[in-house]
Design a protein around this ligand. Structure first.
Ligand SMILES: *[C@@H]1O[C@H](CO)[C@@H](O)[C@H](O)[C@H]1NC(C)=O
Ligand SMILES: *[C@@H]1O[C@H](CO)[C@@H](O)[C@H](O)[C@H]1NC(C)=O
Ligand SMILES: *[C@@H]1O[C@H](CO)[C@@H](O)[C@H](O)[C@H]1NC(C)=O
Ligand SMILES: *[C@@H]1O[C@H](CO)[C@@H](O)[C@H](O)[C@H]1NC(C)=O
Ligand SMILES: *[C@@H]1O[C@H](CO)[C@@H](O)[C@H](O)[C@H]1NC(C)=O
Ligand SMILES: *[C@@H]1O[C@H](CO)[C@@H](O)[C@H](O)[C@H]1NC(C)=O
Ligand SMILES: *[C@@H]1O[C@H](CO)[C@@H](O)[C@H](O)[C@H]1NC(C)=O
Ligand SMILES: *[C@@H]1O[C@H](CO)[C@@H](O)[C@H](O)[C@H]1NC(C)=O
Ligand SMILES: *[C@@H]1O[C@H](CO)[C@@H](O)[C@H](O)[C@H]1NC(C)=O
Length: 389
């Protein structure tokens, strides 16, 4: 999710969503490729597991979420968004009286739950859909703990996690009850699985709602989900927790200029749907799309245009990268992503994809849903292939 503040505790951040009512998740049925594996198989090579994902759609595709099928003993289902922009696991609990819409994990009912006894409150900014990008009025209170966590049939004991014990109302509408961080330095269940012999990578097949069949593969690559070769690019040396690549330049509708045609680091965040760039970059991109795209002063960091103008606008954003063998390649956000949907305060004004926020260069779901992506922790590289969408 959108990382916003350096003072956010836990190196962790979250997003909230438009408050227009409950989203209707698109249910996807897909069976796991492998049989569940128990803890006794420690040290054996673990096989990859596929986790079917649903699309949180609210006018536009926002985030992809799935079940951590079991937390605790006996197991309780917890539905979470898989977020490459954060690193911790947190979800709603029965200790949270303000978590009214989400399923809540009952820690009293788990014999393997260990309460850490420490509570923190974090503030965070928004980062998906038509909600404001800037501002961090939303708060979560978290309590630390450990418990057994199973994802896609792969179990890890004593995984560090956080129970949400209080939240502001805007967090309550999510169709999932928590977030699993999938940062480039694995933590929690994924780190535990790697220690037990799972190959240190995961792959994401994030598709638009109309396509469905979205999937996370933990510990492997699902070759059935793409046709072209995978192209790999190395993480920047200073990536740390981030998934980030160096881009030599950006083009829009085949054109570039002195603001766009410069090297920059691009962060890949599966928990963010919009694109976030510094103001000068955002406005340079819009200059090649339409002079009618202007900032919406009601919500700092957002831009908009009359909704009825959008269908005719070409808005192809090519972000250049260099593969590990030195070959240039583009990752492309097509024109169909330009509109994020109408603003709540003026429904004939549509928000456009790129938000401005100094010091951030983030791409998310609007790019990832056009590629099969491999997040290779072991080799600190990312792979992309056409997913045919
Ligand atoms: C999670 O599991 C529940 C059943 O326990 C199911 O109803 C739901 O559709 C699953 N969610 C996803 C995103 O797969
Ligand atoms: C959790 O969800 C999975 C997938 O929907 C289902 O097979 C399993 O029975 C559920 N487990 C519990 C404890 O509800
Ligand atoms: C949580 O589980 C405990 C132990 O099974 C039970 O007594 C309690 O009623 C449950 N709380 C909720 C809110 O379901
Ligand atoms: C919870 O946090 C406290 C304070 O940082 C720490 O001492 C404790 O070990 C943590 N417990 C768990 C279970 O993570
Ligand atoms: C929960 O958070 C709200 C602010 O969002 C605060 O007003 C309230 O006092 C908190 N409740 C508890 C029990 O901490
Ligand atoms: C990337 O896109 C730009 C702008 O459309 C184009 O000029 C360039 O040839 C593309 N690069 C590759 C490797 O396709
Ligand atoms: C937008 O940002 C400016 C400058 O930081 C601030 O003065 C203004 O109040 C903000 N407007 C809104 C609607 O948040
Ligand atoms: C709403 O947006 C439309 C399209 O940009 C604009 O023509 C109209 O003046 C706006 N209405 C208000 C009340 O700001
Ligand atoms: C961006 O970074 C510069 C230099 O580190 C800093 O001075 C500035 O306050 C930052 N701006 C924001 C909006 O965080």
């Amino acid at each position: 999710m959108l990382r916003t503040l350096s003072f956010v505790i836990l190196n962790f951040s979250l997003s909230v969503f438009a408050t227009e009512g409950p989203a209707v998740p698109h249910k996807i049925l897909l069976s796991s490729r492998v049989a569940p594996i128990g803890k006794s198989l420690k040290r054996r090579q673990l096989s990859p597991a596929n986790v079917p994902l649903s699309d949180f759609f609210l006018g536009t595709d926002l985030q992809w979420f799935g079940n951590i099928s079991e937390v605790g003993t006996p197991p309780q289902n917890v539905t979470i968004a898989f977020d490459t922009g954060s690193s911790t696991l947190e979800f709603a609990s029965t200790l949270c009286s303000t978590c009214t819409n989400q399923p809540r994990f009952n820690s009293s009912a788990s014999s393997t739950f260990v309460d850490g006894g420490s509570e923190i409150t974090i503030a965070f900014a928004t980062g998906v859909g038509v909600t404001p990008v800037i501002g961090y009025n939303t708060e979560l209170t978290l309590r630390n703990a450990t418990d057994t966590v199973t994802v896609g049939g792969l179990a890890s004991p004593d995984v560090p996690l956080y129970l949400i014990t209080n939240q502001t109302a805007d967090f309550d509408i999510d169709p999932f009850s928590g977030i699993q961080g999938m940062s480039a330095q694995p933590e929690g269940f994924f780190a535990a699985l790697i220690d037990s012999g799972l190959p240190p990578l995961f792959s994401m097949y994030f598709t638009p709602l109309a396509v469905g069949n979205a999937e996370l593969t933990i510990g492997g690559i699902d070759e059935s989900k793409f046709t072209s070769e995978l192209t790999y690019a190395s993480q920047t040396e200073d990536a740390g927790d981030n998934w980030q690549l160096c881009s030599p330049g950006i083009s829009v509708n085949g054109k570039t200029n002195s603001v766009l045609d410069v090297p920059r680091t691009i962060v890949f965040d599966s928990g963010t749907s919009n694109v976030v760039f510094p103001t000068a970059t955002a406005e340079a991109i819009y200059s090649f799309i339409s002079p009618h795209i202007t900032p919406n002063p009601a919500e700092n960091g957002t831009y908009g245009i009359a909704c009825d103008l959008i269908p005719t606008l070409p808005a192809i954003i090519d972000i250049a990268f260099t593969s590990q063998d030195g070959t240039p390649f583009n990752l492309t956000i097509p024109s169909s992503e330009l509109s994020v949907g109408p603003f709540a305060d003026n429904t004939s004004l549509c928000q456009t994809l790129v938000n401005s926020f100094e010091n951030y260069t983030i791409v998310g779901g609007s790019l990832l849903k056009h590629y099969y992506s491999v997040w290779d922790v072991g080799n600190q590289r990312m792979g992309f292939a056409s997913n045919g969408v």
